[in-house]
Design a protein. Structure first.
Length: 234
């Protein structure tokens, strides 16, 4: 075989590899075609924003973020999704329908946003009246799950000169283990429930310069880690 023919063969081999990689990359960017995944969308178009509303109903300041999405056994990357806290709905920006479509909350199990926020679906929290569609932010996962429920409630301001609407925001924390939900009412309450040595833990978090009111996520994560490590050391 001549050098020329050998070079041509090598060129086509390399081209096929690169073309295949580009095809894989393009697949990652492809939008979900709803017809292929029955039940993924509710068919409901996400409503436009009330012009009197001064706040955003979403978790993040950015309306849409590129996200990973899990639905039954399907996994999607780089989907433009936002989480509406007020409605407790995940919404996808669909070029296919040229609209914003509400996803089926009964089927979507997981959404991970580019800012690191993870939203998970949990089916039961019997004593919690704000469970709604069951979407929670996954704060930490280990022996326990630390979850937070973000809520927004619509408020109205009225005066002789102006009228507008806004949201009040609320966050509730839960510890979940073996389907048992523990609402976090206060750090001392959770310390007692976990049977942690209060004095030793307070000393531990002082060394980390953590305070519950200022660093709720980090404080509760350290408490759960401390509980797990203490039990393993016994």
């Amino acid at each position: 075989m001549s050098r020329f023919h050998f070079s041509i063969i090598i060129f086509f081999c390399i081209s096929n590899v690169i073309f295949g990689q580009n095809n894989d990359l393009q697949k990652d960017y492809k939008e979900i075609k709803f017809g292929k995944y029955p039940g993924l969308q509710t068919g409901a178009v996400y409503p436009s924003k009330d012009p009197l509303l001064r706040d955003e109903p979403t978790l993040a300041e950015k309306q849409f973020q590129e996200s990973k999405l899990e639905y039954e056994d399907f996994h999607f990357d780089r989907q433009l999704i936002k989480y509406d806290i007020f409605m407790d709905e995940l919404v996808i920006s669909s070029q296919q329908f040229q609209n914003e479509i509400i996803l089926n909350a009964d089927l979507v199990s997981y959404a991970e946003f580019t800012d690191g926020t993870i939203i998970v679906k949990r089916h039961l929290n019997p004593s919690y009246k704000h469970h709604r569609n069951g979407f929670y932010r996954l704060v930490w996962s280990g022996e326990y799950e630390l979850l937070s429920k973000h809520r927004k409630e619509l408020q109205r301001f009225s005066s002789p000169s102006e009228y507008y609407k806004f949201f009040s925001t609320h966050t509730d924390y839960f510890v979940l283990k073996n389907e048992e939900w523990i609402p976090v009412e206060s750090p001392n309450q959770l310390i007692k429930v976990l049977d942690v040595d209060k004095k030793e833990f307070k000393k531990h978090v002082r060394g980390l310069n953590l305070k519950f009111k200022r660093n709720k996520d980090e404080f509760l994560i350290e408490l759960l880690k401390f509980s797990t490590n203490t039990r393993k050391a016994q």
